[in-house]
Design a protein around this ligand. Structure first.
Ligand SMILES: Cc1ncc(COP(=O)(O)O)c(C=O)c1O
Length: 433
């Protein structure tokens, strides 16, 4: 090209959860049978759409309005319904004007970070969810700024670290929270969430809280939403239906803006995001129209409870399988459908391997593991080559801790148990190799 057309920060746009699939598909052609343990799509993992939800969506198809563009901010009746839900929490009070729809939270995240001033940084958790960390790093042109979630304290955020980093680095304009969290399945306690809001208020920062899993909190987690504890800080909660109905293919999510008018800079920033959205006209109409009908349906509370109970039971099943194994540490999740298994310090190294029967696949894995590669990523490649199971190393989530992320989405009980047991056995074989 006559000119360099690649922007600064382009290297930061990586999504290893999907990138490993490209490698796996190459190996599939060599005869490997794949098991996808890397994706957060309940439908792809066999969850059936509730028949009553399907029926409601079919009825909407008969309404011609469903086929039209909608308001740029989103369908008004839906925004009114969602605003009333927030207001019923008796915390921050909002109106339909404080809600903005996007084509999934992926779209919301891109716009939230993409329209932030380049020098304004957002500090987020490590382990990080790749969409956020990549978007923040790409917008700033620097490494993503992080605060630690503590594996020895149920992955709770280190609030003192947040305070100190934010206080002494004046480029930090915002704090990102993901609650419940991907990739750990952790939840943030009410006390810590409140403390983070107080920090934001004291230091004049805004909060972004990803609450896409907020209706998937287990009995051992504290169900608290940002709106309940935000106080006077400026904040954004992002929510969606991808994981909740679940309907990830709907590409439908929204942001709720709290205390927009408490700070003119914050109000202007939100207005910029809306202006960017106007260029695209609007977000998907059909899923938006379904929200008051589905979420307001008499079956919905029981539907949510059934799903929470299911994922909690599977987390307990994983704890039984991984729990008391030497060299690894299972951290009990409290929500969503993810969990982490960590390698204990000192058990990994550059010479660790797994037996791979097929010589061509073995050669390919050895080639992938040459050079500088994180120890847990090395395990993930060997696990793939030896078993066809695709997992994601924890170091791919902007973390220094070695481990893997598991999901509890597999609907086939026997298959899920078998996969968990095989992963555990391969972790032991790898450690002892
Ligand atoms: C924490 C978190 N936020 C956002 C998303 C993306 O959601 P959407 O399907 O609405 O783009 C995901 C998807 O896995 C997620 O885990």
């Amino acid at each position: 090209m006559r000119r360099d057309i690649v922007p600064a920060g382009a290297e930061s746009l990586s999504y290893e959860i999907r990138e490993i699939v490209v490698i796996a598909e190459k190996l599939e052609k060599l005869g490997l049978k794949l098991t996808y343990e890397n994706i957060g799509d309940p439908i792809a993992k066999g969850e059936e759409v509730a028949p009553w939800i399907k029926e409601e969506i079919k009825k909407l198809m008969d309404d011609d309005e469903t086929w039209a563009y909608c308001n740029t901010q989103g369908v008004l009746a839906t925004r009114e319904f969602l605003a009333a839900k927030v207001n019923a929490l008796n915390g921050c009070q909002i109106t339909a004007d404080d809600i903005y729809f996007f084509n999934g939270l992926g779209d919301a995240v891109a716009k939230i970070f993409g329209h932030l001033k380049r020098e304004a940084r957002v500090i987020g958790p490590t382990p990080a969810y790749s969409s956020h960390s990549s978007a923040e790093a790409a917008h700033s042109g620097y490494e993503h700024l992080t605060y630690r979630l503590d594996p020895n304290n149920n992955w709770e955020p280190d609030v003192d670290e947040i305070y100190n980093k934010a206080k002494y680095n004046d480029s930090i304009a915002g704090i990102l929270i993901i609650n419940p969290h991907n990739p750990t399945g952790a939840t943030v306690s009410k006390a810590n969430l409140k403390r983070i809001c107080e920090i934001a208020e004291e230091l004049d920062l805004f909060i972004i809280c990803d609450e896409i899993y907020n209706e998937l909190v287990y009995s051992n987690g504290e169900p608290v939403k940002l709106a309940e504890v935000i106080g006077n800080a400026c904040g954004i909660s992002i929510k969606g239906i991808s994981k909740e109905y679940p309907w990830p293919g709907s590409r439908c999510g929204w942001m709720e803006v709290y205390n927009k008018n408490k700070d003119p800079q914050f109000a202007k920033y939100i207005e910029t995001i809306l202006k960017a959205k106007r260029l695209e006209v609007c977000s998907t109409t059909l899923p938006q129209k379904s929200i008051p009908i589905v979420m307001g349906h008499k079956n919905y509370p029981a539907h949510l409870k059934m799903r929470v109970d299911k994922f909690e039971a599977r987390a307990n099943e994983a704890r039984e399988i991984f729990g008391s194994t030497k060299g690894i540490k299972f951290i009990q999740p409290r929500g969503a459908f993810y969990m982490t298994v960590l390698f204990e310090d000192g058990v990994l190294g550059k010479n660790k391997t797994l037996h791979i029967e097929n010589p061509v696949i073995r050669e390919e894995i050895e080639r992938l593991c040459k050079g500088k590669i994180a120890d847990d990523k090395r395990f993930v490649y060997y696990l793939l080559g030896a078993t066809g199971i695709i997992t994601v190393p924890l170091t791919s989530f902007y973390s220094k801790i070695n481990g893997i992320r598991l999901t509890s989405l597999e609907e086939d009980d026997e298959q899920r148990r078998k996969t968990f047991c095989l992963i555990r056995d391969k972790m032991i074989e790898f450690i002892n190799s």
